[in-house]
Write a protein that binds this ligand. Structure first.
Ligand SMILES: [Zn+2]
Length: 208
């Protein structure tokens, strides 16, 4: 499957663009900003974006969603527990000294156990609250990949000091939902370098 990772915006959120080589169906995760660059990748691969998934409603992950939705017509998926946070987008922009982005209407809720299919690839929604109440991770078994949003990072975990954060809950999410995945699973975090489940199990100082 086609997979490009594009760090977007001032906080360099990892936006993932997935595409099925046969059907040319595409999936974009966390279009936080730089939508014209995201669209260029989509066009270069001749993809038709089938869904836009937001791992959580922080501005650096959701900021470009409305522009991308307008350009592609694709529905936006997000967990409903982050609706409240999404309504605070202007405040989030003010914290960062940014211009508030356009609000996006959520078309479908992404809840634990939901499954999207891109071409023939299954994308499973895991609800992994703690960084925010509506944080989700996407598990793609046939690709051996996990898009972890801001829940799990290489050598770190998501911060829990922002509204909706819960330090005990994020550890519970990681231990119950993510660490049981196969150790060779490639983790694409919301920021920074990729890692694997096995590596984080062994070396992540927050999980020992
Ligand atoms: Zn975040």
């Amino acid at each position: 499957m086609i997979h490009e990772i594009l760090p977007v915006g001032v906080l360099q959120c990892n936006c993932s663009i997935f595409g099925d080589e046969e059907s040319r169906e595409g999936l974009v995760v966390d279009p936080g900003d730089n939508v014209s660059d995201v669209l260029e990748i989509v066009r270069r691969h001749g993809l038709k974006v089938k869904a836009i998934v937001i791992t959580h409603a922080h501005i650096d992950h959701i900021g470009g969603a409305q522009k991308l939705k307008q350009a592609t017509g694709a529905p936006v998926y997000m967990n409903q527990n982050d609706i409240e946070l999404q309504q605070m987008l202007d405040m989030q922009a003010a914290w960062l000294g940014m211009k508030p982005p356009e609000q996006v209407a959520i078309d479908a809720t992404a809840k634990d156990g939901d499954r999207l299919v891109v071409g023939t690839t299954e994308v499973n929604v895991l609800h992994t609250p703690g960084h925010t109440q509506g944080s989700i991770s996407l598990w793609m078994p046939s690709e051996g990949k996990l898009v972890a949003g801001d829940t799990l990072f290489r050598d770190s975990i998501g911060r829990t000091d922002l509204p909706g954060g819960d330090g005990r809950q994020i550890l519970q999410s990681i231990h119950e939902k993510l660490l049981p995945l196969p150790p060779e699973t490639v983790v694409i975090p919301g920021h920074g370098e990729n890692t694997t489940i096995g590596r984080e199990k062994r070396f992540n100082p927050f999980l020992q």
